[in-house]
Design a protein around this ligand. Structure first.
Ligand SMILES: Cc1cc2nc3c(=O)[nH]c(=O)nc-3n(C[C@H](O)[C@H](O)[C@H](O)COP(=O)(O)O)c2cc1C
Length: 190
């Protein structure tokens, strides 16, 4: 073998080794390590609070993000949407979605909702009803206006009985903090 061939082989090994070490260190430095799990962050948000939490989770986990969107958008005006949501809850309405989403390709679904009348918002009910959660893990989160999660997570488990619903992350309006979300995720037993 001549000098050029040997140099080439040594260089190849050096590049492969450096890439391997880079991957090891990149994983160690990540605050959240989802290893090889496929992560989806699905959420509905009416006024942006839950969306902000979803985006933080997406940033931390590197998962895909899916906004649950009702076919008919809810009115923006607070009193009007409160009234409509009350009627929908009383009549057990499952509002149609633009796209039901697809949880098939994922292991863990972070699922976010605002608390509406002590439970999840209607579009999130539809998302749970229209997807097959058999063998899936749901890591739920919600934002609320002072009443806490109420029965949001219990009701999620009822609508997806085949899923393993983990402990949720609950925050008031837009007060969620990235360090709190990080420690919540790190405590979850996937
Ligand atoms: C229709 C409706 C019902 C609500 N019901 C509750 C409730 O039962 N408990 C509560 O603490 N907050 C309630 N809120 C306040 C929202 O949960 C809170 O503002 C939330 O952060 C909104 O999230 P979003 O910005 O992602 O839509 C309600 C808000 C609306 C619009």
């Amino acid at each position: 073998m001549n000098y050029k061939v040997i140099t080439g082989i040594v260089l190849c090994f050096a590049i492969i080794f450096s890439f391997g070490m880079y991957k090891v260190f990149a994983n160690q430095n990540k605050e959240v390590n989802m290893s090889d799990k496929k992560v989806l962050v699905a959420y509905y948000s009416h006024s942006g609070n839950t969306k902000a939490v979803a985006e933080k989770i997406q940033h931390l986990t590197g998962g895909d993000i899916f906004e649950i969107t009702p076919k008919t958008p809810y009115p923006k005006e607070y009193n009007v949407v409160v009234e409509q949501a009350s009627k929908e809850k009383a009549n057990n309405v499952f509002p149609e979605l633009v796209n039901n989403g697809n949880v098939k390709d994922y292991d863990i679904i972070f699922l976010g909702t605002p608390v509406w009348w002590y439970t999840m918002a209607g579009p999130v009910k539809t998302f749970l009803k229209e997807n097959d959660f058999n063998g899936k893990v749901i890591a739920p989160f919600c934002t609320h206006g002072g009443g806490g999660a109420s029965s949001t997570y219990i009701d999620m488990q009822k609508l997806a009985p085949d899923a393993k619903v983990l402990e949720g992350y609950t925050s008031y309006e837009n007060s969620a903090k990235e360090n709190e979300i990080t420690s919540w995720i790190n405590k979850l037993k996937f």
